[in-house]
Write a protein that binds this ligand. Structure first.
Ligand code: 6R9
Length: 642
């Protein structure tokens, strides 16, 4: 099934089909000239003359873009729009409670960012310092990011759903001295005890000397004298101007922690010039954005999608960007569509998991709204199944809105593979084609390059400006994780099919990363939480297909010898993981496993565990190399059916 480019889109688009072909030709013929021109979309204090300097080779590994350029990202997102667009709306904030919403102009956003930047400076934050941001979806979250960018501090936003332990680990890893949080958050009518979590986290973070506490609910939360400072009075006393710090293109902009297949989360580090160019260019191309259009990305700023497509990309393009505090099904499952009508949203960008959950409620909650303002729909975070795609297209978009299914990662900074609404015919479930200058390759397990219509592991053979530059504090881990599996290439960790038309279909992770409701998690993290419980001897976690979440979490748990498996213990373990990592990491199924299938060298055979969890029992493969093949029979017999 193919949906051709609507004529009206081809006519208005920044890049139509011919433009896409032409851009590919130019970037191949003259990459330096091409990227120099793309970089020209930003305001540079000193324009770059050195454009690209990259080697993926082990001996000479480095990635540098625009390296002699100087700019400030906050000035690009705010100051440069003031002469002509000061009264345009930068943010529309829609509260969890539908009665609360607010518009913030570029003039106001600039002032708020300057105030917060001045508060940070007055508290001793200097260029290069790390600041941890643990805020709900309120405008202050965007102000905090931009305030850091303004003074050259490196922000690390931690999603408000993370537990005190997870927060503490992230604060320690990047050595933040200052944390910005709120008294409480509000989501789906429930309170999120942010300040309480921070206080608990800081028991293990002696390096933090200052916590700025934004008032969201006004609740009376415990404040430690000398350390915890209400932001309100500081803001009121701060100056409304703060000169943006000139930053080198390769100076760090932010760190964002993400899960990998092994060990603790990695601090993905993005730098200033390349990231800003990539977020802004892709936001304009993929959403065919023009200033004045109302644009809503439903992500949380705690994830990369919120960084690139709520804050940096849209603001660099003088967009009106909606910040939504709530959830799709509160107060009712019409909420998304009501917000679209209320603010006349034209471009709407969300995750397949939300669509699948809303689909389950039927068409009525959608049909009672108008949605006439919508022109373009987007999807991100996980593969979108054709059924959900078609529902999104037919019911939400009433058949008139193209869908951009955007594939990318925290590591890639912003979109790499996506349709362009005026250029690309759509196939439901396919992220379609790479953006100009993104060189995809499929390889087999041995690294052999696969041509034509085929399936394989997705690699990228050359750099793009928005590529991450290092794992904070562990450059070796950066190389080992992404560039050592297939030497000379960036390995994405995703499996992918390419069809006869050269369209790409991402099939999901091929490593031990699972994607649960668009939340990316390492199975190792959940295992280590489980093993931290005093009754657990060993645990292995795998994903299984889940109708709404995309993937669910299936945990095999071996208890200590003297512990009885009970229903209470099962509940206790679910609660334990929620507390250790966050509610989104709670296992969907826990199977008591007297033994785990291991090779004679002691390696857990996850392939078998995955098959059992998927109920693909006819297909367990060779179990003869197991130390004790009998454990498999027990696993199959006691499998949790869902
Ligand atoms: C932006 C973001 C990255 C992983 C990625 C892939 C999956 C994201 C997708 C998609 C299929 C899409 N993913 N977008 N899979 N189609 N359109 O989600 O970043 O949280 O780092 O996750 O998400 O598996 O490798 P991140």
């Amino acid at each position: 099934m193919v949906f051709p480019v609507p004529e009206a889109w081809a006519e208005r688009a920044h890049m139509d089909a011919a433009g896409y072909e032409a851009a590919w030709k130019r970037v191949q013929a003259d990459p330096e000239g091409f990227w120099k021109e793309v970089a020209g979309r930003l305001d540079w204090i000193k324009a770059p003359t050195k454009i690209k300097d990259v080697s993926y080779a082990k001996e000479d590994f480095h990635i540098r873009w625009f390296e002699d350029g100087v700019l400030n990202v906050s000035a690009n997102c705010l100051d440069r729009h003031l002469p002509t667009r000061a009264d345009d709306v930068a943010f529309i904030w829609e509260g969890d409670n539908p009665a609360q919403s607010r518009k913030i102009t570029y003039r106001e956003a600039h002032e708020e960012v300057c105030r917060m930047a001045n508060v940070l400076k007055s508290r001793g934050v200097a260029k290069g310092d790390r600041v941890t941001i643990y805020l709900p979806m309120i405008p202050e979250a965007a102000y905090a990011m931009l305030a850091c960018a303004r003074i050259g501090a490196v922000h690390s936003v931690v999603f408000g759903g993370f537990s005190p332990d997870s927060l503490a680990g992230r604060i320690q890893d990047c050595d933040s001295r200052l944390v910005i949080t709120a008294d409480e958050g509000l989501r789906g009518g429930k309170v999120v005890p942010l300040m309480r979590n921070v206080a608990a986290a800081l028991e293990d973070c002696p390096g933090v000397d200052t916590v700025l506490v934004v008032s969201r609910t006004g609740a009376d939360v415990p404040m430690k004298a000398g350390r915890d400072i209400p932001y309100g009075p500081e803001r009121a006393a701060a100056g409304v101007d703060c000169a943006p710090e000139p930053m080198n293109a390769e100076d760090p902009l932010f760190i964002l922690y993400t899960s990998g297949s092994t060990g603790k989360p990695k601090g993905v580090l993005h730098t200033t010039g390349g990231y800003a160019v990539w977020a802004s260019w892709t936001h304009e191309l993929v959403f065919d954005y023009r200033p004045g259009e109302i644009y809503w990305c439903t992500a949380d700023v705690g994830w990369v999608t919120g960084h690139s497509y709520i804050v940096y990309g849209p603001l660099a393009n003088a967009a009106t960007s909606v910040i939504f505090e709530g959830v799709p099904n509160y107060p009712t499952s019409s909420r998304f569509w009501e917000v679209i009508d209320k603010h006349q949203v034209e471009i709407f960008y969300t995750a397949p998991t939300a669509l699948r959950a809303l689909m389950r409620e039927g068409e009525a909650p959608v049909q009672r709204t108008s949605r006439k303002s919508l022109r373009l729909l987007g999807s991100v975070g996980e593969p979108i199944n054709p059924e959900a795609w078609l529902w999104y297209h037919r019911v939400v978009g009433e058949g008139r809105c193209p869908i951009v299914d955007t594939w990318w990662q925290t590591e890639t900074g912003a979109c790499l593979v996506s349709p362009l609404p005026g250029a690309t015919a759509l196939k439901p479930g396919s992220a379609t084609k790479p953006l100009p200058g993104v060189y995809l390759q499929l390889v087999d397990a041995e690294g052999k390059v696969l041509d034509g219509a085929t399936s394989g592991n997705l690699c990228i053979t050359d750099s793009w400006p928005g590529q991450m530059r290092t794992v904070y504090g562990d450059h070796q881990r950066f190389f080992d994780t992404y560039f050592s599996t297939y030497p000379g290439k960036y390995f994405t960790g995703d499996g992918c099919r390419r069809d006869e038309d050269g369209y790409y279909w991402i099939t999901g992770r091929v490593d031990d990363v699972i994607n649960v409701s668009g939340h990316r998690m390492g199975t190792a993290e959940i295992e280590s939480a489980l093993v931290g419980h005093h009754d657990v001897a060993e645990a292995a976690v795998v994903g299984f297909p889940h109708d709404i979440k995309g993937q669910g979490i299936y945990a095999y748990v071996t208890l200590k010898a003297d512990v009885q498996p009970t229903e209470n213990l099962r509940k206790d373990l679910v609660l334990w993981v929620r507390q250790e990592i966050g509610p989104f990491a709670a296992p969907d199924a826990i199977q008591w496993a007297p033994g785990l299938p291991k090779t004679r060298s002691g390696k857990i055979m996850r392939r078998i565990l995955r098959k059992v969890a998927e109920n693909d029992l006819g297909n367990l493969g060779d179990t003869s190399t197991l130390a004790d093949p009998a454990v498999v029979d027990d696993l199959v017999k006691n499998r949790i059916g869902r």
